[in-house]
Design a binder for this molecule. Structure first.
Ligand code: SAH
Ligand code: SF4
Ligand code: F3S
Length: 442
């Protein structure tokens, strides 16, 4: 039997793509191994979002070069799509280059590889299809990703994704709902709906659901306890999404709404298609909700032309919104992106200074917010156990990490674990990034 190894870089879409690639290979009679040295086919599912992510892939390919004789090495995902056949020049031992919009041709590509083809490529972006696999086995037995839309039709000036993942393709709602039901029947209780921009979901079938309606329908699937979604784009975020969350506790009270910058001028240069005020109006919708919705975001510092005054507006926005968590990044110049037209580049030192300031300010916001939870009881999905701290690790519906002790099951024992169960936990302590407490016995 042929053996394959796969390593995944990048976002949740890539993680889930790897799950589908694994299912495709297993359906074709391959078996997965844990070490690249044991494999006949070695795949790297790559990310190109910032230069460091891309550099890591070529570093990996280099490290593995000498040991890869008699093996087929494949580069798939976003770097594959971006660099295309140039990868063969930079790393001549590579035999397969395939972008994520071409994975539905993977079985044919495997046939070519098995027939001894030296260099196989799948780089088409004009596919009408989404990548469907009969039933994808997930890494985690409780939580599953579910793709609702692929690609991206926005053109944010800094971003490679429209190029690496191609145009937007929504999946028909019947297929999505069927997969949600299958997941529930297989014991999964949490589903994360995936897309680069889930808000622009438009059901291509006659049912014609928009994203908020789709959320409501998935929320009715028996057996599911938590539904999350990522990522939202402010341009397409409508208030009905907040209403849907208010109506059904199965829809988690957490919204990740990347803002990128607090300055309307910079948002304009980034081609984000909304202003600071429009964004803040959407935040007001969330704050006006009946449920307490946790809000998280992404920020880019040091975009070309970002003045000190623009940057101050980003810091001010953090104060205004009071986010529950923020992922912040230094702007990284990327190939084939519209931002290459800008020439005002900031030094790495200045970008680092701004990044540290964002992170420091956000830390000061998160600590008091988390302290407010002390004394409350939160339901968690138990996700693991930390041997170092001797605590169970749980996640709340708001996506906060809540570490806890359990008086009856202090640690996982043979045949007995709390993983996958939903428990009430009283919050006793808080830090900027997590909560800690003790399970409440019913
Ligand atoms: N489709 C999603 C996710 C895009 S990538 C969205 O629109 O939000 C995730 C995050 O990476 C982005 O939100 C952005 O903050 C960051 N990012 C993307 N391109 C970047 C670049 N060139 N440099 C720095 N950060 C970048
Ligand atoms: Fe990139 Fe913008 Fe599309 Fe998100 S919405 S994937 S940031 S182009
Ligand atoms: Fe990276 Fe591609 Fe995801 S560039 S962040 S793996 S869409």
């Amino acid at each position: 039997m042929k053996k394959f190894y796969i390593e995944t870089f990048g976002c949740q879409m890539n993680v889930h793509d790897s799950e589908k690639v694994i299912s495709t290979l297993v359906n074709k009679g391959y078996s997965q191994v844990e070490l690249p040295d044991d494999a006949d086919l070695v795949l790297y599912n790559t990310c190109s979002i910032r230069d460091k992510a891309e550099a890591k892939v070529f570093q990996r390919l280099n490290e593995f070069k000498k040991r890869s004789k008699d093996k087929v090495v494949g580069v798939i995902g976003c770097v594959a799509q971006q660099e295309g056949e140039k990868i063969f020049d930079r790393a001549p031992h590579v035999g397969l280059v395939a972008g994520s919009a071409s994975y539905n041709q993977l079985p044919q590509m495997l046939v070519q590889i098995e027939a001894g083809a030296r260099r196989v490529t799948g780089l088409s972006l004009d596919t009408e299809d989404t990548f469907e696999v009969p039933f994808t086995k997930r890494d985690n037995p409780h939580k599953a990703f579910l793709t609702i839309i692929e690609g991206c039709d926005k053109s944010c000036a800094y971003c490679v994704v429209p190029m690496t993942r191609g145009p937007e393709r929504s999946r028909a709602s019947a297929g999505i709902l069927e997969e949600a039901r299958q997941l529930a029947a297989n014991g999964y209780t949490e589903i994360t709906l995936l897309g680069q921009n889930v808000n622009s979901y438009r059901d291509p079938s006659d049912a014609g659901l928009d994203f908020a309606m789709l959320l409501r329908r998935i929320g009715e699937v028996q057996g599911l306890k938590r539904i999350r979604f990522t990522t939202s784009h402010p341009r397409d975020f409508v208030r009905d999404i907040v209403h849907a969350i208010d109506e059904n506790p199965v829809l988690c009270n957490h919204i990740h709404l990347p803002v990128q910058s607090g300055s309307t001028e910079i948002l304009d240069r980034m081609r984000r298609l909304y202003t600071r005020d429009e964004y803040l109006r959407q935040i007001d919708w969330m704050k006006a909700a009946k449920r307490d919705i946790a809000i998280t975001s992404d920020i880019i510092v040091g975009f070309p032309g970002e003045t000190e005054a623009d940057f101050e507006k980003t810091l001010g926005l953090l104060d205004t919104v009071q986010y529950d968590a923020v992922f912040s990044f230094k702007y990284s110049q990327r190939p084939n992106t519209p931002a290459l037209q800008y020439t005002e580049h900031m030094s790495e030192e200045e970008k680092s200074r701004r990044l540290t300031m964002v992170q420091e300010r956000q830390r000061q916001i998160q600590l008091p917010r988390n302290i407010n939870y002390i004394g409350s009881v939160e339901e968690v999905l138990v996700e693991g156990y930390n041997r170092a701290t001797q605590q169970w690790i749980g996640k709340t519906s708001q996506f906060k990490t809540l570490n806890f002790s359990h008086p009856v099951v202090p640690a996982p024992a043979e045949g007995h674990t709390l993983e996958g169960s939903y428990l009430d936990v009283r919050v006793l302590r808080a830090g900027p990034n997590s909560l800690a407490g003790e399970a409440v016995l019913s």
